[in-house]
Design a protein around this ligand. Structure first.
Ligand code: DGY
Length: 322
């Protein structure tokens, strides 16, 4: 019997490809960049499964070409690049990779927060370019975490792991904004659930960990930045679409907030002439929160396992409920 066919939109690690090739006929896009749209549309025809990345928009046009597609596995926890309504119409199963990247993402979020608040890149640049003249009492100072109120928007797996890593810095208060209450985190971490306005008004450090959905898109808008403390540090490792980026630029330019650390933005990659790159009080990372070696290998393997199980008609290890 012929093996089912799978299209993989990027070259993944050998171990994961080998497991996939055991039971499937595999074709993949070999380039280091995302697969061009035309290639995706051409290659998806006559494939039973698709292993894609968050850079691939899977919408009605793709599904139109994918007449025999039964399974999609995205190598990401986020799935805002998938048109779930359309996918459901076509009765296609979807797998994703939650859980496995939680720790790596939390780790990077803390690194980004500290790099932003303690001005690590600015200080490093000054040390290298002659800006460091003598030790100076108030030069390169930034807000410390000790005694601070940390606010987390989106208190799921990643938000809670970020909180766990920040508590040992002797913060004063941990507050969160989330659709549902998290009683266990409240009792183990002393986290306090607040309204969105309270989160904005009280946070010294505001960390965004929520998923991008039609409810959360643009939630950090002009009004939100106006409610934040002038001394606040804003950190986003979730999705750029949660933020009205023009308003963030204005808030940083006018120093209505103290700084921003961003691992995600709109668009990605951010154009080199974008105003965010001109701001000293903004630290920009190229969407690397989950980029720990073992994490990315695990994400690829979980995606493969999702495909294999889905094609067998079994429940995927990480299946999205549509
Ligand atoms: C995801 O998986 O959605 C992250 O943004 C990248 O790992």
């Amino acid at each position: 019997m012929a093996k089912p066919s799978v299209y993989v939109t990027r070259e993944i690690n050998k171990e994961a490809l080998a497991v996939l090739a055991d039971t499937c006929e595999v074709t993949f896009w070999p380039g280091p960049d995302p697969v061009p749209r035309s290639e995706l549309l051409k290659n998806i025809a006559h494939k039973d499964a698709l292993l894609c990345m968050l850079t691939d928009k899977i919408d009605a046009e793709v599904l139109q070409c994918a007449k025999q597609l039964k399974v999609i596995a995205t190598m990401s926890v986020g799935y805002d690049h998938l048109d779930l309504k359309e996918i459901k119409k076509h009765e296609i199963k979807v797998g994703y990779t939650p859980g496995i990247l939680t720790h790596a993402t939390a780790e990077l979020t803390v690194a980004l927060l500290l790099a932003t608040s303690r001005r690590l890149f600015e200080a490093n640049a000054a040390a290298r370019n002659g800006g460091w003249q003598a030790w100076s009492p108030f030069w390169m100072t930034g807000p410390g975490l000790e005694g601070a109120t940390v606010g987390i928007a989106g208190f799921g797996r990643i938000g809670q792991e970020v909180a766990k890593r920040l508590i040992p810095f002797q913060i004063k208060k941990l507050i969160y904004f989330n659709r549902s209450q998290k009683p266990e985190a409240e009792s183990t971490m002393g986290a306090v659930r607040v309204t969105f306005d309270e989160l904005l008004q009280q946070s010294d450090f505001l960390v965004v960990c929520c998923a991008l959905t039609s409810d959360t898109v643009g939630m950090f808008d002009k009004a939100a930045f106006h409610k934040m403390k002038k001394t606040a540090i804003f950190v986003n490792t979730s999705r750029g679409g949660l933020v009205d980026q023009d308003e963030l630029v204005k808030a940083l330019q006018e120093e209505r907030i103290a700084g921003a650390g961003l691992d995600v933005m709109t668009p990605e990659p951010l154009p080199l002439d974008h105003p965010l790159f001109k701001l000293k009080n903004c630290v920009i990372m190229p969407h690397i929160a989950s980029a720990a070696v073992q994490t990315r290998a695990g994400m690829a393997m979980l995606s493969v396992e999702n495909i294999v199980a889905g094609l067998k008609g079994e429940k995927m290890p990480s299946e999205l409920t549509l």
